[in-house]
Design a protein around this ligand. Structure first.
Ligand SMILES: [Zn+2]
Length: 452
């Protein structure tokens, strides 16, 4: 679902439950900040701050970000800048539009039906509101607001001195009127329920044999794909009557008389190491009753738990996978900005260690490759950046850090009278054909290796 869970390296994410007192504190803090932009149009709409049991509550995710800063001067203690909290609106809106669906609550009662954002249980990741959306994690809108707002008092404050803490939770605003809820969704979540995709209402046909899609590469896929495969299995199991859908997805029952059919089909479409582990996980799980060879009963939550256990889900593997896929895709910005993003992107994946030279080498490698996209009319900038990146790669033990490298580039381009190219010209994103060439190399090497 394009999200980061709590525990992701370099991103501090706090989960806020429905009854958590910090909801009230966050409301006070956000209102004190009174950020410009969409926030100013919220009127009386906001997220729920008091938990009322037995009411219908808004299912959209809410993310907030708190900034604080320490300016290194004057040494040795520096100067602390007070915190400010922002409600992440526009970037979160993009995620909401892409991922969430709507449903009718009690549609059989003509006048009582509500069109609402779907219940969390209906999504592949039922805990999506405890994750941070990719868009919210990467936005610079609010850090810029923070620096701009504080720089009046703290002239030396720069974005390098700032650190961030995210808070994630479910909106939980109480819903009792469709028109009011539509307004709430529009200003608070960027989309009304009617504009979203309708939640799948699966037709059940118990005579339907189960047929799952090929998932032979399951072990090499990323988290997002795994969630989608599992959701697809769930839908198909419901459609063929093997899983009886209940209001709570996790407690839906697997039919004992067709459990063998389900397992056989999973084994058919997945690779051996995965399905062997899956069977071991099912066998050792207490809530799975019966025998895998003949028939067993369990809840959907058991299948889900065993599925993830069988993947041997190592967060690092996922993280590296998505990094290697995206590493050269930075672009569409000035070279100065791209280089600073390179450092952030590498640190996000590999951490901030200053002694691990792989990280620094990786940064210079990416800078070198991306500089290749610089159009030829800015040849001076292109050659200079590639030369300096090469120098750094040749002697990585003594190479500058990226912030130092950037300072040097600023001076170099000023001396060459090319600052405008470096700071203002937008460099396009990576050309696809280079990546294709790299991939072919890897494939050919893989084929030529023998004796494995
Ligand atoms: Zn809401």
């Amino acid at each position: 679902m394009d999200t980061y869970p709590k525990g992701h390296p370099n991103i501090t994410i706090e989960k806020i439950g429905g009854r958590d007192k910090r909801r009230q504190e966050l409301e006070t803090a956000v209102k004190a900040t009174s950020q410009p932009g969409a926030f100013q149009s919220l009127d009386e709409h906001f997220f729920g701050t008091e938990y009322k049991a037995g009411t219908k509550k808004c299912n959209f995710p809410i993310s907030l970000v708190t900034y604080e800063a320490l300016i290194p001067d004057p040494k040795p203690d520096g100067q602390k800048v007070e915190k400010a909290t922002y409600l992440i609106l526009e970037p979160q809106f993009e995620w909401n539009k892409k991922w969430l669906t709507y449903t009718f609550e009690k549609p059989e009662k003509a006048n009582k039906g509500f069109r609402l954002a779907s219940e969390p249980d209906t999504y592949a990741n039922t805990q999506y509101f405890y994750c941070l959306s990719y868009q919210a994690a990467h936005t610079k809108i609010y850090s810029k607001m923070y620096v701009a707002n504080k720089s009046g008092t703290y002239a030396k404050l720069t974005d390098k001195d700032v650190w961030e803490t995210f808070h994630v939770m479910k909106c939980n605003e109480i819903i009792d009127d469709q028109t009011d809820y539509n307004d709430h969704c529009q200003v608070m979540h960027g989309i009304t329920p009617a504009e979203m995709t309708a939640e799948d209402n699966i037709m059940v046909n118990a005579a339907l044999p189960l047929k799952l899609s090929d998932a032979m590469n399951i072990l090499s896929l990323g988290t997002g794909d795994h969630d989608n495969i599992l959701q697809d299995w769930f839908n198909k199991l419901v459609a063929s009557g093997i899983v009886i859908k209940s209001t709570n997805k996790n407690s839906s029952d697997i039919q004992i008389n067709r459990s063998k059919e389900m397992l056989t089909e999973i084994i058919r479409v997945t690779e051996g190491p995965f399905n062997t582990r899956l069977q071991l996980e099912l066998q050792k799980r207490e809530t799975v009753r019966g025998d895998l060879k003949y028939g067993f009963s369990c809840k959907w939550s058991d299948i889900e738990a065993c599925f993830y256990a069988a993947l041997g889900k190592d967060q690092a593997v996922d993280r590296h996978n998505s990094f290697f896929k995206d590493q050269y895709s930075l672009g569409g910005n000035t070279m100065e900005f791209i280089i600073s993003e390179v450092a952030t992107t590498v640190e996000r994946c590999f951490g901030k260690s200053k002694t691990n030279l792989y990280r620094l080498g990786k940064m210079y490698e990416i800078v070198h490759v991306i500089a290749n996209n610089i159009p030829n009319e800015y040849r001076v900038m292109k050659d200079h950046i590639q030369q300096k990146a090469s120098d750094a790669l040749e002697d990585i033990e003594t190479a500058k850090t990226i912030p130092e490298f950037m300072e040097q580039l600023t001076l170099d381009f000023e001396a060459k009278n090319r600052s405008k190219d470096y700071k203002k010209v937008v460099i396009p994103a990576h050309k696809k054909n280079n990546m294709a060439a790299n991939n072919t190399d890897i494939k050919e090497k893989a084929i030529s290796v023998t004796g494995w």
